[in-house]
Design a protein around this ligand. Structure first.
Ligand code: MN
Length: 250
């Protein structure tokens, strides 16, 4: 268990905490930003039941979070579906490791990190979230420049679906024709792939024991090896779509 940290905004993390047993996962419980720091931004590549990219923007002491199945794209013509998920604790922004069992079981890679700021007219982030449109600038290692998140469907619906948003790159000097998730597949901080994280995380086996030595860890190991095979053979599930760099809409 990590040392006790200052309480994060409790109400906003209730859903995050309800889904987890912190005696069985190494994930952070809370944390708080220093008042003078720029707003944190990170993307975590998460191999769980399905591969996705968790896109997180610090706001009012927690991390606003969206799960993006295909990951971000540097091409302004791509509209990437982003499912809004529960706010995550501030300390999550640097988390990389193995979730041995329970909610989100799998491997989390810190894929990108840096800072963000809302653009002119969107300074009141809470209002922007309610209205369903947030324009912002990123300054991270892989993602930079101007972006927008636009809500296309409210939630939760009666069938339990979450809010759906689109993440789109604005045209500026930071657009690119490369497939950023394929070109830069590893951890921004450690350069490890999923297999490297799984094999080198010292918490894995301890947590595995704490979780009662269930089959969950075996499933995670198989999933990671399967993903490694797929990406090495060039048929990455991550992004099968490839668009010609020069193709244009009418
Ligand atoms: Mn996730």
């Amino acid at each position: 268990m990590p040392a006790k940290k200052p309480a994060a905004p409790k109400k906003r993390l209730a859903r995050y905490r309800a889904k987890r047993d912190f005696t069985k996962t190494p994930e952070p419980t809370g944390g708080r930003p220093a008042a003078e720091k720029a707003r944190a931004f990170c993307v975590q590549k998460h191999l769980a039941s399905h591969l996705h990219y968790d896109f997180r923007l610090e706001h009012r002491g927690v991390l606003l979070s969206w799960a993006i199945p295909k990951g971000p794209s540097l091409n302004p013509r791509d509209k990437r579906l982003a499912m809004r998920v529960e706010d995550h604790p501030y300390d999550y922004r640097t988390f990389e490791g193995v979730i041995p069992a329970g909610y989100g079981a799998g491997v989390v890679m810190l894929w990108d990190e840096g800072t963000w700021s809302p653009e002119a007219g969107f300074e009141n982030v809470s209002v922007a979230l309610k209205k369903g449109e947030l324009k912002f600038t990123l300054d991270a290692a892989k993602l930079k420049g101007s972006w927008v998140l636009i809500r296309i469907r409210g939630g939760p619906t009666p069938t339990g679906e979450r809010e759906q948003w689109l993440l789109i790159k604005h045209k500026d000097q930071w657009v690119g024709v490369i497939n950023v998730t394929e070109k830069f597949p590893t951890s921004v901080r450690t350069d490890r792939d999923f297999e490297g994280i799984l094999k080198s995380d010292p918490d894995v086996w301890q947590s595995h024991k704490a979780a009662g030595g269930s089959d969950d860890m075996q499933k995670i190991i198989e999933k990671v090896l399967d993903y490694t095979d797929k990406t090495k053979s060039g048929s990455a599930a991550a992004s099968p779509k490839r668009s010609p760099a020069r193709a244009r809409k009418k």
